[in-house]
Design a protein around this ligand. Sequence first.
Ligand SMILES: Cc1ncc(C[n+]2csc(CCOP(=O)(O)OP(=O)(O)O)c2C)c(N)n1
Ligand SMILES: [Mg+2]
Length: 581
Amino acid sequence: MQSADVTATFCATLVDEWFESGIRHAVVAPGSRSTPMALALVAHPGLAVQVFHDERSAAFAALGIAKVTGVPTLLLCTSGTATANFHPAVMEASHAEVPLVVLTADRPPELQGVGAPQTTDQQRLYGSSVRLFIDAGVPDDAERHEWRAVARRAHVAATQERPGPVQMNLPFREPLVGAVAEVPPRTDPSRDGASRTMTKNVGRMFAATAKTPLGTETLSKLSTRLSGRRGLIVAGARGGSSPKISSLARRLGWPVLADPLGGCRDDDELSVRHADGWLRDASLAERFTPEVVLRFGALPASKVINTWLRECGAEIVAVGMSPFLIDPDRRVSLHVVTDPDVLCDDLCNLVDAADAEWSRTWGAAEVRARDALAAAMEAGPKLSEPQVARTVADAIPRGSNLVVSSSMPIRDLEWYAGATSGVRVFANRGVNGIDGVVSTAVGIALGSHAPTTLLIGDVAFLHDSNGLLDLVNRGVDVRIVVVDNRGGGIFSFLPQRSTLHEGQFEQLFGTPHSVDIGGLAAAHGVSHRVVATEAELRGVLATPGPQVVIVRTDRTENVLEHERLNRAISDAVRADTPTGG
Ligand SMILES: Cc1ncc(C[n+]2csc(CCOP(=O)(O)OP(=O)(O)O)c2C)c(N)n1
Ligand SMILES: [Mg+2]
């Protein structure tokens, strides 16, 4: 067989195997060296292939698709600097445990280290950010019996008990366009050597952890730690499903601190949304101190809540599917690696509730906080940043997606939004980057075929305006709400704001700019509108995208508005809560 035909057949085999494993989406950035794999991807009738010009944007779109589908996305680029542009999304995928199969095309060995064009060392390019690195070698027909196993190794490593990105480096020799010959037959994965080792390892790890329900003895010990005690559930990202966690909370008589990313933010008064506002008050914080905390998934964004959890002295039990323990404060005393939904079911049958006063105290405080916040918002300036987050969460259709950028949008959603039941909420909180956020939202829309609203600051929007590239032709409903405070508003809440001179603060942190955000949207053919009132914002959010909605705010006023709202919340809770002091 001609070498180009071997290469084409090799690529077709890998793609067929990945399809067999359940993969349905591929994102491709254009280039020449990647031609054989690009052709194989578009030739497969079962794969949806998206092309993105900018590799950084491509990688975040792939991340978004994988986040919303839970299945690895194939991500392909050509050789050279293109590969490095995947790195931010690979990092995020690693920390947020999102499966990606990253395919970096490369020059063959004879062109390495001799100054060949567009050639650099791509071996283990992403370092510890990938679960596995494979150099597939130049396709060789003599190794065709191994091809499916190579594809499977990549898939298994991306979807193991701690999902994440995998890099497969693909050196291709010219000519790059060939004809696909017969692909090797599908085989039973358990009968090939490479994948048998992998499956066995993974199986063993699962056996010890997430896939196996906890034994009766462990469950009984755990339930003793929780039963009848004053406790609290923290429901974060990747923590388990809302009905299961809520049932357990009811059984225990405990409140749930409902981070929007945890999916438990519903109308129940023990689904606590506004504790950040009142836990800022030390005398109140003490009154609400739990004896034990059951934390599902990742940490909330709120520094107030995380500091309070660290210092309140409660015993902290962390629960999640991942064997990786998130515990920056070294406060977790027990890490339970299991399926949270199964654990909730099991515990429901074993635990007793805390005293009724405990849930009454929390429920009353939350109701007070909700009422006070609603009244304060009503009386406040129209379309403050908190008001934007609250309105967006309330106005978007149920069954749709909400993506929030890091910086203030995720915090405003966490602190001030109402219930988000029926909406899937996403954020890049693995490494909290403000890069790639527009593209992530586009990926979430592509992977879900559901309306997707993005709430994002101006700097994060400008950082990834390439996410708008060709958006109008992607057939997705993406509504982007840009909170334009002309710079990084979050820094106005930090000590830098008061310790530095105004000029220096603005130069290094405020970072104002003069970009015409509407004009930028227009350059991409995306419709855009500036809105100034809540009614206008609701009006535009009722219209399908793609569209960019701009809300202009002021960074200094924003700090004062946050202080006013938080004061309203803590005053209301204090008025209702005996603090003993
Ligand atoms: C890739 C990346 N670069 C820099 C930062 C540091 N950073 C955090 S927030 C922020 C400003 C964000 O501004 P904007 O998106 O307008 O949101 P705002 O703070 O105004 O709410 C910066 C630069 C980061 N998190 N990620
Ligand atoms: Mg900003």
